[in-house]
Structure formats: C-alpha cells, structure tokens
Design a protein around this ligand. Structure first.
Ligand SMILES: Nc1ncnc2c1ncn2[C@@H]1O[C@H](COP(=O)(O)OP(=O)(O)OP(=O)(O)O)[C@@H](O)[C@H]1O
Ligand SMILES: Nc1ncnc2c1ncn2[C@@H]1O[C@H](COP(=O)(O)OP(=O)(O)OP(=O)(O)O)[C@@H](O)[C@H]1O
Ligand SMILES: [Mg+2]
Ligand SMILES: [Mg+2]
Lengths: 253, 253
C-alpha cells in the first residue's frame, strides 16, 4: 500500500510544488513507484511537467466530483501525474454542499493505492476544502517552510487545522517533516528561523536544507524536474538527500 | 474620494503583502492619507505591523459579515490598518450563501471612502470570494509578479477572473500596474520574464523593479515597514520610486 504524503503550507511561494515534483522524481530514481497529484487550481505541478492544462479533457476536478476515475487521467511523465485542469478552481464551490465533501480524494485514491509506493499531494496556498481533502487522504504532511518570519507565523494556523482534521476526519494524520527551503546560511535571519523551527518541531525538521538557486525557476520552463534539468547540480543533490531521509523515516512519527 | 487599489495575484509569495504595506507607507510619506485592509486569513499585513491577531476583538470577518462598521476596527500604525483576525478563514464559507456576497467589502468601505486618498487591499493567494470582493470594491488592480516562469503562467487566469468581474460586477476594474518583484538583473531568466511582461502589458509594467534583499524579511519581525526599518536603504528607495509612479499614473488606464 502506498504512503500518501501531502505537501501543505497555506503560506504562498514556499516550494510546495517544487518539492512535490523533485522529491517524487528522486524517490522514483531510488526505485519507488510514484504518483503525484495536482490539487492546486493554479496547475503549477502539471505545468512544471509540460502538461497542456488548457487542453486537458478531464482533470482532478472531474475526479473529485466523481465523474471520472483517477486512473483515466493519469499522465505518465518523469513520474505519474494526476493533473489539474482550469475547472479545478470551481471544485471548492462544487464540493461545499456535497455529503462527505472532505473525503472525495480519499475515495478517489482507493482504486490506485496499491499500484504505488508513494502518492504525493500538491496543495494550493490555503486551508480550504482542497487542502482539507489532502489532509484526510494522507497519513503524513510534509511542510516546506521558507526561512523567513512570515512563513513561521503561519505554522500555528496549519497545526490548528491539522488538529481539527485529526479530531473529526483522520485520526492518523500528522506533520511528518518540516523542510527548510530557500535556505541561505549566510543570513542571521535564516539561521535563526531554522533554530526556531528546531525548537518547535525537534527532529521532525529534516536535516536536508534546500538552498537557493535559479535552476528551480529554469527547470519548469523546460517542463522538467531540476533532477533531469541538471542531474549533477546542487539542486538535484538536495532533493536526492531529502528523498533518502523521507524513505528512511518511519510511517507516522 | 479615495483611489481603491487591490494588490492581487493568486500565485503565492510574490510580495502582495510587502507591497501593500510599503507602498502605503511611501504614499503616506508623500502626504497622502492611506488605509490598508488585510483580506488574507493568514493576517500577514496585520502581523507585519505588530498587531496581535490572536487577541483581536473584531476584525475584517466581522466587517464583511456586517456585524461591525469598518471604522470600529481601524488601528492606527505607520498607516491606518483594518486588520484580519483568525476568524477571517471562515469568511468565504459564511459569505458564500449571502445575497450580494461579492459586494460586502464595497458596502463596508462606503462610510470611509472620503476620509482617505488611497485604500490598499491586500488579498490572499487565491481567486476566491475574498479576492473577488477586493476586485469589486477597487477601481484598479496592481499585480506583483515574481520574475519567474510559474508566476507568469498565472496571469492568464487572473485576467480571466478580472474579465468576469468586469462583465458581472464592476465594469471599471482593470489592471493598472504590473510590478516586477524579487528582480535579479544578473539572471537571464529574470530579464526574459520582464521582457515577456512588457510584451503582454506594455506600459502598464512599472519602470520600478523591486530587487531582492533580506531587509524585507527582517522588517516584519520588528513590526515595521522597510521604509521605517532602513529609511536610507535600497528597499525603501524602490518603494518610494513606486509610490511616485502610482501617484503619477491616471486613475484607470
Ligand atoms: N530552493 C529554491 N530556490 C530558489 N527558488 C526556488 C526554490 N524552490 C522554489 N523556487 C522558485 O520559487 C517559486 C515558488 O516555488 P513553488 O511554486 O514551488 O512554491 P509553492 O509553495 O508551490 O507556491 P504556491 O503557494 O503559489 O503554490 C517558483 O518560481 C520556484 O521556481
Ligand atoms: N523584494 C523582495 N526581496 C526579497 N524578499 C522579499 C521581497 N519581497 C518580499 N519578500 C519576502 O518574501 C516573502 C513573501 O512576500 P509576501 O509575504 O509579501 O508575499 P505575498 O504575495 O503576500 O505572499 P502570500 O501569497 O502568502 O500572501 C516574505 O517572507 C517577504 O519578506
Ligand atoms: Mg504550488
Ligand atoms: Mg500576503
């Protein structure tokens, strides 16, 4: 059965999509079978693999509303991708009145759970229904955190939402890892931010720190992960190191 | 009557909040009366001015649901701030069934429009009901755009949403300015991104480019704008230059 991990943080631009894709590819390179799901109406994960999101027939909107089985939309790229079309922006409203609206994704994943070793869920920068669906379907949440003050402030809200999901919908879900991203060890601000993370989350903070490099912005233009874009580069090394940590950590804390 | 400008871009982490605050302070330093409104449930604008968002009695949730007049929540900081408390996360659901739900903010601003020269609206990284309310209340939208590929891809969706708001709710609203942020002229990727912006938006792209500096992350820790944090610094200069451009540009394009 697959380990289902959600990449979540309502703070925008902290590398949720970048981590979903590159962690996925690095896990695949270790021999794992990996599916990544694009739950963000911005469709950045789908775009980052060169998928034409305007021309998609069916996407995650149709899966969540029960119109299409997820197997029908899976697109095999560097890893398997369940893409988001532009209709996904309408999912929160379409689902909000449905019975069991928070379990749509969990139901949709049942038929494919045993086909993969990892299923990674990319979420939008919000704590709305799409992210809640990811927290219900997943057993663990990886939280990318930019090493900056505003990013740290949002973690209390994220923990609060996870607590509510645990109490009402999925008793097993918890933060399994905190990933410092855009790390620049030369600045005091960044080093202090990581210290604060370690004080709050202890050994759930990955030893891997993802540094800054323009390669992360360049790779999506080519529709590839940084691992394919520059296999011997620093960015690829960081995500291979993360993949080893994720694979080694026990399921759940 | 105030010029009402929304800072919007559903892409996360592109400097919407940073621009709302620092443009606001720079406009104030030019002699304008400025109100900034926090419409993001993350409350980053409120936090960046040192406001205790957990301890707020009433915030923008209560204003949008009609419980409290906006004048009652205005907090005078470097500029006047209408803060967001943690309840704002529930606003989209609370408003979604209400009649005239897209006009809640427009209604709430009527009593204070003539007290200010500028009202700046900070929005969350989404195109949901809170951002729609901002687009209905505003006459212009300033779009901060990170000079990276994924950021550019989101602009088509933003324009689509604005088109729908124009056709159904507010015929006057349009993009009045595109602000290149986190600009690093040394990378080809960034220079090309700005070229693409200028090809699509022409002279609506501000001549001001906001570069990168750690000061932007440091200032919110102190609860101040970068303009107060380091008045003679580069970051303050960039936002003073932007304020001059915004003040000089005609209302609406
Ligand atoms: N380690 C890094 N160093 C430098 N740039 C990075 C890094 N990781 C991601 N980026 C770039 O920063 C931007 C934000 O990353 P990304 O889109 O993955 O974040 P996100 O959290 O998914 O954003 P959103 O909240 O909008 O979904 C992208 O343009 C990406 O290319
Ligand atoms: N020009 C800049 N150079 C470097 N860092 C910046 C710059 N502008 C903003 N930042 C930092 O980048 C992060 C994102 O900025 P900010 O929070 O203003 O973006 P946002 O678009 O409001 O994000 P969100 O989508 O989460 O609301 C913050 O930590 C901020 O301090
Ligand atoms: Mg993303
Ligand atoms: Mg913001």
């Amino acid at each position: 059965d697959a380990r289902i991990l959600a990449l979540a943080n309502q703070k925008g631009g902290v590398a949720k999509t970048t981590t979903t894709l590159n962690l996925g590819v690095a896990l695949k390179d270790m021999g794992a079978r990996v599916l990544a799901i694009d739950l963000d109406p911005q469709s950045n994960l789908s775009m980052s693999q060169g998928i034409d999101v305007e021309g998609l027939g069916h996407g995650m909107y149709h899966v969540l509303t029960g119109a299409t089985p997820i197997a029908d939309i899976i697109d095999v790229r560097e890893i398997d991708i369940a893409p988001a079309g532009i209709e996904l922006a309408g999912a929160e409203l379409a689902l909000s009145a449905a019975i069991g609206r928070e379990r749509s994704l969990e139901r949709a994943l049942r038929p494919v759970r045993d086909l993969y070793d990892y299923i990674l869920l990319d979420t939008p920068p919000s704590l709305g229904l799409l992210t809640i669906n990811a927290m219900v379907a997943a057993e663990g949440v990886i939280v990318p955190v930019q090493c900056e003050y505003l990013s740290l402030r949002g973690l209390a809200q994220l923990r609060g939402t996870l607590q509510q999901v645990r109490e009402n919908l999925n008793p097993a879900v918890d933060i399994v890892g905190i990933l410092p991203t855009m790390y620049d060890g030369r600045t005091v601000h960044c080093r202090e931010a990581v210290q604060m993370l370690e004080e709050s989350f202890g050994d759930r903070v990955y030893r891997t720190r993802i540094g800054k490099t323009i390669r992360f912005a360049e790779a999506p233009v080519e529709g590839t992960s940084v691992i394919r874009y520059e296999p011997q580069g620093q960015a690829a090394r960081w995500y291979r190191q993360l993949a080893r940590e994720v694979a080694a950590s026990p399921v759940g804390v």
